[in-house]
Write a protein that binds this ligand. Structure first.
Ligand SMILES: Nc1nc2c(ncn2[C@@H]2O[C@H](COP(=O)(O)OP(=O)(O)OP(=O)(O)O)[C@@H](O)[C@H]2O)c(=O)[nH]1
Ligand SMILES: C=C(OP(=O)(O)O)C(=O)O
Length: 255
């Protein structure tokens, strides 16, 4: 008998990854973007990144479901409306505890689930690139994808029956390598590696093409953000209302 797809139809088998996305309360999120975004735009950008990340993840055909671990009420409501499951951050003990909690919750419902932790700050994420990465990951018990700087990690996976053992934060590429996870070396997946921590990162994401939520926020950057040409923008910051407009490249939804 042909395997069942997640929509109940018969067809080609697909890996059914459960994704766990951690998200800090927006009031604290993306603190390194304060200078570039200003304090009013920063939490809105953090939410926009998460909405675009989760929208793209849910559109990936190898993703069965997305659970977001967050205590943020607004983010929880908006992400739930997209179709994500919201889990409170009950450990309240930082990023890795939140991810381990999310992975446990996923497997409490679906014991054999392959699980992937995905950062919430990937506003340029494209479903087809995520699919490529998850396909590579499915060949190893644990695997990870380094971020665009080759310093951190944007995605960590554990196939059925394998513990996730998340070790995110700072130089997590080296930590995940040392833990025995296999590094995913697939090329052509820049959107999955493009996390956004700084104004420069945001410009790089805009150049790749961001999702619609981020595109709505990105034009209103504070004057401290470097210009796309590499020079510093002039101005005195958001306090005096001097903000710079950048033309974001919005990618088509689901592209
Ligand atoms: N649920 C949960 N998510 C977290 C926690 N700490 C970090 N995250 C999330 O984990 C990912 C990477 O986090 P960080 O780089 O530490 O924080 P950030 O908000 O992205 O950026 P900075 O404030 O500039 O460090 C982001 O998706 C965060 O929202 C936590 O304690 N609980
Ligand atoms: C937490 C991580 O990401 P960030 O660059 O957002 O700190 C990480 O790379 O492990």
């Amino acid at each position: 008998m042909a395997p069942m797809r997640r929509d109940g139809a018969e067809g080609e088998a697909e890996a059914a990854w459960s994704l766990v996305v951690p998200l800090k309360p927006l009031v604290r999120a993306k603190s390194r973007l304060s200078r570039a975004a200003g304090e009013d735009v920063r939490p809105r950008l953090a939410l926009a990144f998460a909405l675009d990340t989760v929208t793209a993840a849910l559109a990936c055909k190898d993703v069965r479901d997305v659970s977001v671990v967050t205590d943020d009420r607004l983010a929880g409501e908006r992400l739930a409306a997209l179709g994500a499951r919201i889990l409170p951050d009950t450990p309240a003990d930082g990023l890795n505890a939140a991810l381990a909690h999310g992975a446990r919750a996923v497997r409490a419902r679906r014991p054999g689930a392959p699980v992937a932790a995905l950062n919430a700050d990937l506003p340029a994420l494209r479903p087809a690139e995520l699919e490529l990465v998850l396909h590579s990951a499915s060949q190893f018990p644990r695997a990870f994808l380094a971020d665009a700087s080759d310093f951190g990690t944007t995605l960590l996976t554990a196939t059925s029956g394998v513990e996730l053992e998340p070790a995110f934060g700072g130089p997590s590429r080296a930590r995940h390598l040392a833990s025995g996870a296999r590094e995913i070396t697939a090329t052509g997946v820049p959107s999955v590696r493009r996390d956004v921590d700084t104004g420069e990162d945001l410009l790089a994401a805009l150049a790749l093409g961001v999702g619609p939520h981020t595109a709505l926020q990105a034009p209103y950057l504070a004057a401290g953000t470097p210009s796309p040409a590499g020079g510093a923008a002039t101005g005195t910051g958001p306090q005096d209302g001097s903000q710079r407009r950048l033309p974001p490249q919005v990618r088509a939804s689901g592209a």
